[in-house]
Design a protein around this ligand. Structure first.
Ligand SMILES: NC(=O)c1ccc[n+]([C@@H]2O[C@H](COP(=O)([O-])OP(=O)(O)OC[C@H]3O[C@@H](n4cnc5c(N)ncnc54)[C@H](OP(=O)(O)O)[C@@H]3O)[C@@H](O)[C@H]2O)c1
Length: 421
């Protein structure tokens, strides 16, 4: 099959856009030409000649010679307008914008079907790890039981630096921004929202489920306190921000994003810095593990490059699992074992939300509980106690209410001023 020539209209020339420009120039085998680059700020100094740039999106969108639009901007609403318009004009699109794709998944699917043009977005999920294409092509829904992983490079970098190098949270975040790992609005990373967007993409390609962002619970690393790090270190654990989705016995799926304690020997334990790692659990092949850089100019550009290469062969996602007969439903009626720390002094209030508390600690300043709580109650509790930091210890299919000993301990174990774990 002869490979198509691609004439590209590029939107965005920031971290990833410039990364792609460089990567394409180092990949002569791929027959691509960037005809025009659309950016926002005319006054900005650029590393290449001004003649390459336009500030009017229509220069690209109405150019009949351009057959591929690569969308790499940091404004999801403008990105949606650009991508919709490009698809309507019959142009294939490659995007790295998980926020835009997650918030408009169904509309983008409809546009692809109506105008018969592909939209590829490998770079939007775990940057350099080819997870979307693997889920799309390799796994059948029946085979896949769960998918779990570190899907946000920026928070993994922050967690690694605060743990291993004792950097302050603020310094580690600033470094992540300086390295081009963080989103323009870093709260998307630190609050677990970016990870939720990626989980939404994974759900579509792993299990054929289209979910709205508001239907997935996310909790980030922005509430972590020294006590949490101290607890983890004393037990030889690390904290990772983990997105997960797993099938329950009744063919429903549970999914959420939470910081999680991982122990030595766990696959995610050694996934540090900007790396991402994804574990799939399968009926017959047991466990598979994907690792790669999850952010940064070149790793992200490499995934865009791979999508461009796929377009030269007319590749498109077929979304086969969306059409499969088996209807899976999202079920978040589950119970989690968590560590929850807070400065809240009325510990008994916290206790009443838990099914069972196994361990607790309180000092003058702060305290924590370890116990079982339903996801629903956890959502209520974090509204009531805004400073609560939550770290997952365990979530399993079948870890349901009826399996638990319902026991509310009214008196917390009081450990005066030393942390005994
Ligand atoms: N950075 C990463 O590691 C990474 C990883 C995976 C995915 N992504 C995704 O990739 C996309 C780009 O991220 P980035 O880190 O490259 O962002 P960035 O460095 O902030 O660059 C953003 C670019 O978008 C341009 N832009 C913004 N609004 C625009 C508009 N209305 N019209 C035209 N251009 C506009 C900016 O123009 P000016 O140059 O004129 O300001 C800039 O060139 C985002 O969707 C992000 O989520 C990033």
């Amino acid at each position: 099959m002869a490979r198509k020539n691609l004439t590209i209209g590029l939107f965005g020339f920031g971290c990833v856009g410039f990364g792609l420009y460089e990567v394409l120039h180092k990949t002569p085998g791929l027959k691509t030409t960037i005809k025009n680059i659309c950016v926002k700020h005319p006054e900005k100094a650029r590393p290449i000649a001004a003649a390459n740039f336009t500030f009017d999106k229509n220069t690209i969108l109405s150019d009949p010679e351009i057959n591929v639009v690569v969308e790499l901007i940091d404004d999801s609403e403008v990105a949606f307008e650009i991508v919709s318009e490009a698809l309507k004009n019959g142009k294939a699109v490659v995007s790295a914008n998980k926020k835009m794709i997650a918030e408009h998944f169904q509309e983008l699917l409809d546009l692809q079907r109506e105008y018969q043009v592909p939209l590829l977005y490998e770079a939007a999920c775990c940057a350099s790890i080819p997870i979307i294409r693997n889920l799309e092509e390799y796994y059948d829904t029946d085979l896949l039981q769960s998918i779990e992983g570190i899907v946000n490079g920026s928070t993994n970098y922050i967690l690694t630096k605060t743990f291993a190098e004792n950097l302050s949270y603020e310094t580690a975040l600033r470094e992540a921004q300086e390295n081009g790992y963080a989103e323009s609005d870093p709260s998307l990373d630190t609050q677990g929202i970016d990870a939720k967007y990626k989980l939404l993409l994974l759900l579509a390609h792993a299990f054929g489920q289209i979910v709205k962002p508001q239907d997935i619970f996310n909790f980030g690393i922005n509430k972590l306190r020294d006590l949490d790090l101290q607890f983890a270190k004393e037990k030889g654990l690390k904290i990772k921000l983990v997105a997960q989705a797993f099938k329950n016995e009744n063919q429903s799926i549970s999914c959420f994003v939470l910081p999680k304690f991982v122990k030595p020997g766990d696959k995610l334990f050694d996934i540090d810095d900007v790396f991402n790692g994804i574990i799939t659990q399968n009926n017959f092949s047991d466990t598979q593990f994907f690792v790669g850089k999850g952010a940064g100019a070149f790793p992200t550009a490499s995934a865009v490059l791979s999508d461009l290469s796929a377009l030269t062969y007319d590749y498109r996602y077929e979304y086969k699992k969306l059409n499969q007969a088996e209807i899976l439903t999202i079920n978040n009626e589950l119970v989690l074992k968590v560590f929850l720390s807070s400065r809240e002094t009325k510990t008994q209030v916290l206790f009443t939300y838990f099914h069972k508390v196994e361990e607790s600690y309180r000092s003058q300043e702060t305290g924590y509980l370890v116990g079982y709580i339903s996801l629903k109650k956890l959502q209520q509790l974090i509204q009531l106690v805004p400073d609560a930091s939550v770290i997952l210890i365990e979530a399993k299919p079948g870890l349901k209410d009826q399996n638990l000993v319902t026991k509310v301990e009214l008196e917390p174990v009081y450990v005066s001023d030393s942390l005994i774990v």
